[in-house]
Design a protein around this ligand. Structure first.
Ligand code: F6P
Length: 547
């Protein structure tokens, strides 16, 4: 079978390969000592973010070759296509117009008009719940809002709601339920009062198993508590592109907030899917989040490629995964409130770019989407950083840090920031055998012990990272940060010639899940299933029959 190679896509592929091998033996430490201006040379500031990518294996020649590749992929043309609504999602024949969700000013396009109308409706709802005008079926004020959704209908709103904790208005408590594991909704509802709880059913397709099952459980919980069927409208609203399905489920038509086919689930937090965010921080802050993203959209559309933050983020990952052999990337926000960012970016990057065929359906002979992982700093330092420093795998890292905190405990923010910078410094500069031995000697360790210990204490260094710095984590800077990652994903999708906006790979598992559930219900296990699957289902059936 014919496979597409990077050499088919890029005339300078051989040059890039040669440049990659020329990097063997060169160290970042050396580059910094040769160029005192390196940090400034490789830092781009825009939209409240400063992207310092100087601790990466790049120099002017490497960058020029990568930009050449971006030009060959017509990245600038691709950005125009994205923003003007061309059908960049070719397998589903539709645009990916998440940038329209954060338009500023008067609505011009049809999409922007739909967004403006929905935002207005959403603002009214938020206001009436916050003010107490919206009442539960017994006349109570709503105290708790529960978002039921999964994937893009959960991860973005959940991450942003947590990230903007300092901006919470305190009018309502916002909760999230995603998992089909009944433990999640059961545990949560134990703590809530049905009379003052509002459920948001968030599902673009309104056909996702987890969301529908959790919604049925929520409805039963309300009915069991004494809420009459015709009073459920006080406790349920829905956000969906399938308004008819939501109504069929029993949501009042006026309580359904639309979403559109031209918004991908994982790009939808700026739409009514972001309602939990607005419930937590108010509409003004929700709009500031949108404005931050809009500023990044402008930057992505207008900045030259070599000064374009999302483009540089994408080019770096292209360089590492396709030329320097990395398989994963770590996202390490040194901000407690950004603790859900890695999980959010896992869906954004891996569901978007985990593909094996080009947009034309030709199998690729090169790596595409890499594995995204990480956690908040400093917690990771006491967990997996050992491997980052001394393991055999190179992992490019994004450190994310803020200059100032929202809390008044300055000495802790100092240590947080100091540790972030120290990690990138240690990973980059390392500590060689000679220095290690000298340090051991200076601290009075015997020559015998130095011989035994020194190699264990060597840090190879030369490990790449970028640092995304912002003054403070605000709705605006967060909006810009998220949009930067969205556009990084599209940059990579363009470089790899794949469609970043479909997700066919999630379908087969879902389908087989329904077959297995049927086999459990009917106890009829098809004999042509593999013996492992048959045995597992049989065990479940036997155990549950005996209960
Ligand atoms: O299973 C993957 C997925 O289809 C995601 O792409 C999507 O964000 C999620 O499920 C939830 O889908 P929906 O909003 O339609 O319930």
């Amino acid at each position: 079978m014919q496979k597409k190679t990077l050499a088919d896509l890029y005339t300078n592929w051989n040059d890039l390969v040669a440049t990659a091998s020329s990097w063997e033996g060169r160290t970042l430490k050396q580059l910094f000592s040769e160029d005192s201006n390196r940090a400034a040379r490789y830092t781009v500031a825009a939209t409240g973010l400063q992207f310092d990518f100087s601790k990466n294996h790049i120099d002017e020649k490497t960058l020029a070759q990568l930009i050449d590749a971006a030009n060959q992929a017509d990245l600038q043309g691709a950005i125009k296509k994205l923003m003007r609504g061309d059908h960049v999602n070719n397998t589903e024949n539709r645009p990916a117009l998440h940038t329209s969700l954060r338009f500023i000013g008067a609505a011009k396009t049809d999409e922007q008009k739909c967004v403006a109308e929905t935002l207005k409706k959403m603002a009214k709802l938020i206001d009436s719940v916050h003010s107490g005008d919206w009442k539960g079926h017994k006349g109570d004020k709503i105290t708790d809002v529960v978002n039921i959704g999964i994937g893009g209908s959960d991860l973005g709103p959940r991450m942003v709601t947590k990230a903007l904790t300092p901006f919470h208005t305190g009018h309502v408590n916002v909760h999230f339920v995603a998992n089909v594991d009944g433990a999640e909704i059961y545990d949560l509802t134990q703590k809530l009062d049905p009379a003052s709880t509002l459920f948001l059913i968030a599902s673009k397709s309104f056909s996702t198993l987890e969301t529908l099952e959790n919604s049925l459980s929520a409805r039963k919980w309300m009915l069991d508590s004494g809420c009459a069927q015709d009073q459920l409208c006080h406790h349920f609203v829905a956000i969906s592109s399938k308004v008819d399905k939501a109504v069929e489920f029993g949501i009042d038509a006026e309580n359904v907030y639309p979403l559109w086919d031209w918004v991908g689930g994982r790009y939808s937090l700026w739409s009514a899917i972001g309602m939990p965010i607005a419930f937590a921080v108010g509409m003004d802050n929700f709009n500031k989040l949108r404005h931050g993203a809009a500023a990044m959209d402008n930057h992505f559309a207008e900045a030259p490629l070599e000064k374009n933050i999302p483009v540089l983020m994408g080019l770096l990952m292209f360089w590492y995964s396709n030329f320097l052999g990395t398989d994963t990337q770590a996202i390490l926000p040194y901000a407690y409130h950004l603790q859900l960012l890695p999980a959010y970016l896992q869906q954004l990057e891996m569901e978007s770019n985990g593909k094996s065929v080009t947009k034309d359906g030709v199998r690729v002979d090169y790596k595409t989407g890499s594995i995204v992982w990480g956690t908040e700093g400093t917690n990771g330092q006491h967990s997996f950083h050992q491997l980052l420093h001394q393991g055999t795998t190179m992992v490019p890292i994004d450190f994310i840090a803020t200059l100032t905190a929202h809390h008044p405990i300055d000495h802790q923010h100092k240590y947080l920031f100091a540790n972030c910078v120290a990690q990138s410094q240690a990973l980059m500069s390392g500590r060689n055998l000679e220095t290690t031995e000298a340090e051991l000697r200076a601290s009075g360790v015997s020559e015998d012990d130095i011989r035994k210990l020194a190699e264990h204490k060597v840090h190879p260094g030369n490990r790449p990272s970028s640092t995304m710095l912002m003054e403070k984590l605000t709705p605006e800077t967060l909006g810009a940060l998220i949009a930067a990652y969205e556009h990084k994903v599209y940059t990579l999708g363009t470089l790899w010639a794949i469609n970043s906006y479909d997700q066919w790979g999630v379908e087969l598992g879902k389908l087989l899940g329904t077959h297995i559930a049927t086999a459990i219900d009917t106890t009829d296990i098809p004999g042509d299933w593999d013996s492992s699957t048959q045995t597992l289902v049989r065990k479940f059936n036997e155990r549950n029959k005996s209960l």
